[in-house]
Write a protein that binds this ligand. Structure first.
Ligand SMILES: Nc1nc2c(c(=O)[nH]1)N[C@H]1C(S)=C(S)[C@@H](COP(=O)(O)OP(=O)(O)OC[C@H]3O[C@@H](n4cnc5c(=O)[nH]c(N)nc54)[C@H](O)[C@@H]3O)O[C@H]1N2
Ligand SMILES: Nc1nc2c(c(=O)[nH]1)N[C@H]1C(S)=C(S)[C@@H](COP(=O)(O)OP(=O)(O)OC[C@H]3O[C@@H](n4cnc5c(=O)[nH]c(N)nc54)[C@H](O)[C@@H]3O)O[C@H]1N2
Ligand SMILES: [Mo]
Length: 769
């Protein structure tokens, strides 16, 4: 790379001493050293709690604590001994608090009391739970129609909480379930359902021990799925190829030092992870995979011509797939010129990737937000599946499709009914079980919910966790949307920006976190369950004393609101909240796959939900694994940016010190950034050119079709190994740049990984400040 910049200061390997040091720091900063250290030992243990850090699976064998730096941060952040009691709110108006960063807000610690917004003093004031439930119920009942209410879920909610939540909303009369997954893996769910008949991955953790090649596409596991890195490392050690596709050179994908390996730690050694690292243009993955398919077909033809056996899994293609011929024609019709321009890779690179693919008997493909947050994400997911079908890499040990989920229970929430387009079978089952009539019309996803709040057709927002105002695109508009509501209710553990945008009636309801002991009225400890990325369902029980005696579980809060809104004639909400086994019995009766739920979940590692695609039973329209056969996009945002002078394509990603909108610290160690978050990464040559024009600190302005003139002010340019014409910066600071009008085809997912922007000199106002 032609670099005009000094070498970047970056730690040499992911994990290692840097990770250990960082853990100690976070335990201290969160003021949770003692309970924090104890609580860590219970993470992902059979009788402990499920780590809220990510959705990666737990090993089926061996029970030693899997060290994970970012799991430590997630756990200790919740186990802090800092509190935001009513007297904190007495001191600060919401207007004042809106001026704080989310980092500062969360640093204040755990919420302790149910609070109601008082518009006269512009403050939250403590109320009793009963008062809160009564007014929420009355306000919901007072709306003209249940479809005027939005029931948002963040994917940390347990199966039991999510099930009760959807039951409440459907009983009340709406399917409005905007969900964090709308901004996350929606394209994976849709693309996989089309391709293999189920919107989940087909891979078990054991498959990583058998694969010969693992393609990791659009994902930064070193930061976001550190426990996956351990599996990749083991695979690399036994000689499997790990092939990374990422425009940005991510340290965590390159090298990893295992903090559990003392010899390695002392020697400062580390293991190379990726055997191959390809840096496509943003949104260039579909083209790259199409290129791989092109090479595979070429090589197959050559093999056949030479009288050798076919390189394809002909038996699988013939008997178990549909539209193979159409796909083949689509690949033939795609020119190399288009593939190379869109992917930004060279023909040699694509041939190398194809050779790894062809050289492996068993291949796994994993992916995350680098694939799902573009306009053509569903098509990209399907293209990955297409390529995997060619050699039968699904439903065979050591092979499979693996969308790596984000929130620790985002997959489970969907399984138990958080779905704005519910299947009729689910609604029928609920109606039969409870004797009410569920609403049949489609409800709102995140984008539709924002639209409805903005145009006044939705008037109530209930948030089961999450930080809606910060996680969504177009932050300025979304703030307006929330504040214009008749009712806002947020169930959360710590204060965040969404809580500071009250509707006319507004409540902030504090709940137990996953690490905390949840006792029922008889003093019995209750457990909840979650489902990981490998469809394993297991129990989770807290071990810490609750942050405040006033806290209720999410389940208790939902039950309280529900009883006050729809009454208890059809559902005995209080009984369910007092015994989660009863909720699991209802899940067993109404959701397929949960036979013997209460028994099976108490087994040490829980149980796996049956995944038919993993058994090569494909519940698609054709009854077969289905190839897609559309063209690659005419032009990606990155290609467009390269043709317009001064325009860049921006992706928003996560730093090493954050969990989504929760900021743990201001460092991004693997990318060499310390003590700041308002940075924008660019190719060294782009960076030098921009600096020459505007200096080191710049503003970022929306470009493309968007005329809003939104500006993100005061970012420092940082050179990085990434393609020309692209920029990268942190979510959520840059969410103001993501327009509501730009979203994925079929998925409606905001295009957080490809936004057209321009760079300009700092504004006069900011310069003066
Ligand atoms: N510590 C920690 N863990 C987390 C989270 C967290 O914030 N912090 N968040 C959780 C959640 S909800 C989720 S969804 C996951 C997110 O996990 P990731 O998907 O790893 O999250 P991002 O940081 O958004 O990183 C996306 C990666 O994709 C790359 N990328 C961007 N565009 C493209 C593209 O067009 N093509 C390719 N090939 N690559 C691209 C980026 O350079 C970046 O490395 O992590 C979960 N785990
Ligand atoms: N620009 C841009 N935007 C993005 C993304 C991106 O890559 N770029 N990624 C998207 C993705 S993948 C996702 S998943 C969404 C995430 O969107 P959300 O899920 O809405 O956001 P989080 O930041 O995970 O939510 C954090 C809040 O959850 C609350 N919380 C924490 N633990 C608990 C708990 O146990 N119970 C309850 N009730 N509350 C709790 C705390 O109050 C905390 O402030 O953001 C999306 N937005
Ligand atoms: Mo996510």
């Amino acid at each position: 790379m032609s670099s005009t910049e000094p070498a970047l200061k970056r730690s040499s390997a992911a994990g290692g001493w840097g990770a250990l040091k960082s853990c100690g720091k976070h335990l201290l900063k969160s003021r949770a050293p003692l309970s924090g250290a104890r609580v860590l030992l219970a993470a992902n243990q059979p009788d402990g709690f499920d780590c809220p850090g990510c959705a990666w699976g737990d090993p089926a064998h061996g029970s030693s604590f899997e060290f994970c730096e970012n799991g430590v941060k997630a756990v200790s952040w919740e186990a802090t001994d800092k509190r935001t009691p009513p007297k904190f709110f007495a001191k600060h108006t919401l207007t004042e608090l809106r001026g704080w960063t989310d980092y500062a807000l969360e640093l204040e610690g755990r919420l302790t009391h149910p609070m109601r917004y008082d518009a006269v003093s512009d403050r939250y004031v403590a109320v009793s739970w009963d008062e809160a439930f009564a007014e929420i119920g009355a306000t919901l009942r007072g709306l003209d129609h249940p479809d005027q209410a939005e029931f948002y879920t963040s994917g940390r909610a347990s199966n039991e909480a999510a099930y009760l939540y959807q039951l409440f909303a459907r009983h009340y009369g709406t399917n409005n379930f905007p969900d964090c997954s709308n901004m996350c893996h929606e394209a994976s769910g849709i693309g996989l359902t089309q391709a293999i008949g189920i919107g989940k991955g087909t891979v078990l953790l054991e498959d990583f021990e058998k694969a010969d090649a693992i393609f990791v596409v659009g994902q930064n596991p070193g930061t976001n799925h550190p426990r996956m890195l351990a599996d990749l490392r083991r695979a690399a050690e036994r000689g499997a190829r790990v092939v990374a596709f990422n425009p940005v050179r991510e340290r965590g994908l390159e090298r990893f030092a295992d903090p559990q390996n003392s010899v390695e730690m002392l020697r400062g050694a580390s293991q190379a992870i990726a055997s191959h690292y390809f840096q496509p243009r943003l949104g260039g993955d579909m083209a790259a995979f199409r290129g791989i398919a092109k090479v595979v077909f070429e090589r197959d033809e050559a093999a056949l011509a030479a009288g050798k056996p076919s390189l394809l899994d002909r038996a699988f293609l013939r008997s178990q797939t549909s539209d193979y011929e159409a796909y083949r024609a689509a690949v033939d019709a795609t020119s190399w010129e288009a593939i190379l321009d869109q992917s930004g890779l060279t023909r040699e690179e694509i041939e190398t990737a194809a050779e790894v693919y062809l050289g492996a008997d068993k291949v796994i493909a994993t992916w995350a937000m680098g694939v799902t947050q573009h306009k053509h994400s569903v098509a990209t997911v399907r293209e990955i599946a297409n390529v995997m079908f060619l050699r039968g890499h699904v439903g065979r040990p050591g092979t499979g499709l693996c969308p790596v989920r984000g929130h620790s229970n985002v997959q489970g929430d969907r399984t138990v009914g958080i779905n704005e387009r519910p299947p009729a079978a689910l609604l029928d089952a609920l109606d039969r079980q409870f004797g009410f009539k569920s609403p049949r019309g489609h409800g709102h996803n995140v984008l539709a919910a924002i639209g409805a709040m903005l145009d006044g057709s939705s008037k109530a927002f209930i948030g089961l966790g999450g930080n809606f105002a910060r996680a969504t695109p177009d932050s300025t508009l979304v703030a307006k949307a929330l504040a214009s509501c008749e009712l806002t209710v947020h169930i959360g553990t710590k204060l965040n920006h969404s809580h500071l945008l009250p509707g006319r009636v507004a409540y902030l309801l504090p709940c137990l976190g996953r690490t905390e002991i949840d006792r029922n009225s008889k003093g019995k400890i209750q457990i909840v369950t979650v489902e990981d990325s490998m469809s394993m369902v297991h129990g989770s029980g807290g071990i810490n004393k609750p942050a405040s005696p006033e806290l209720r579980s999410e389940i208790g809060i939902i039950a309280g609101m529900a009883a006050a809104t729809v009454g208890s004639a059809h559902v005995d909400w209080a009984a369910l909240a007092d015994d989660y086994d009863l909720i699991r019995d209802l899940i067993e009766k109404t959701i397929p796959g949960f036979t013997g739920f209460n028994l099976r979940v108490r087994r040490p590692r829980g149980f796996m939900l049956r995944n038919l695609a993993a058994e090569r039973v494909f519940e698609t329209a054709s009854g077969k694994a289905s190839f897609s056969f559309g063209p690659i996009p005419q032009a990606t945002e990155h290609q467009k940016a390269l043709t317009v002078d001064g325009t860049f394509v921006l992706q928003t990603f996560r730093s090493h010190d954050q969990y989504n909108t929760t900021i743990y610290g201001l460092d991004d160690r693997y990318r060499g950034v310390y003590g700041e978050r308002r940075v924008v990464f660019a190719h060294p040559d782009d960076c030098a050119a921009l600096r020459a024009l505007y200096g080191d600190r710049v503003d970022i302005v929306r470009a493309g079709d968007d005329e809003s003139g939104e500006v993100a002010e005061d970012f420092r340019l940082v050179p990085f190994e990434m393609p020309r014409g692209s920029l990268a910066g942190y979510y959520p600071e840059l969410n103001v740049m993501v327009p509501l009008s730009s979203f994925g085809e079929l998925s409606d997912t905001p295009t957080s990984k490809s936004v057209l922007v321009k760079i300009r000199a700092r504004t006069a106002r900011a310069k003066a400040a």
